[in-house]
Design a protein around this ligand. Sequence first.
Ligand SMILES: [Zn+2]
Length: 193
Amino acid sequence: MLQAALFLAGLAAPGGTPPPLEHLTILIVDFVPVAPDTLKNAISLSREIFLQARIETTWALCRRKSGQWSGTWCHGAPAAVVHLSIVPHCLDKQGEERVYGRTITNETLGGLTIAIFYEPIEVASRTKFGMHPSVLLGMAMTHEIGHFFGLNHGVLGVMTSRFGREDVMRGAAGLMRFEGQEKALRRAIARWK
Ligand SMILES: [Zn+2]
C-alpha cells in the first residue's frame, strides 16, 4: 500500500521522477563545546533541509571533552569531507556581533572552510527570537554550507541574507528550504567530490 502510494506520488510529482539522492559528509569540529542535545537537534534540522533538496548528509563530530579531543576524524579526515568549525565568536567581536558564520571560498577549489560563531547565535536565540539555539545553529550551518558550494543569498529560505523571526519560526516548524537553489547545490556537490 505504501509502495503504491509512493509510486503514485512519484508519478504525480511535477517534472517527473525526482533526481537521485546526492551524498555529502560534514565534519563538525566543536571548539565551544555546544551542549550535546543542542548540537544533535541542530544537525537533525540541517539534515532535513538537505534531504528536502535530495541531499543525504552524514555528520561526524569531533569535540573537546575534559581537555582531550574525542570523536571521529579528530586527527585526520578523508578527502571530500566538509569541515565546519564551531567557535565561540568571531575575532572581530565588535564588528561582527550579528554575524552567525563565515565561509572562505576559493575561485578554483570552491569552499575551503566554514566557521560558525556560537555566542551571537545563542544570544540572538534567547533575546531576539525567544527560541532554542539549536534552530538558529542548524540554519546557520546549512546556510554556510550553501555558501561553501557557491550559493549566493536568496530572498527566501535558508540562503536569505539575514534571518528574521519569521525565518527562525519556519526553521523550527521544519519548513526551511533552499528555495530554488537545490539543483545548483546538488551539481556543485557532485563536482566538488
Ligand atoms: Zn550568507
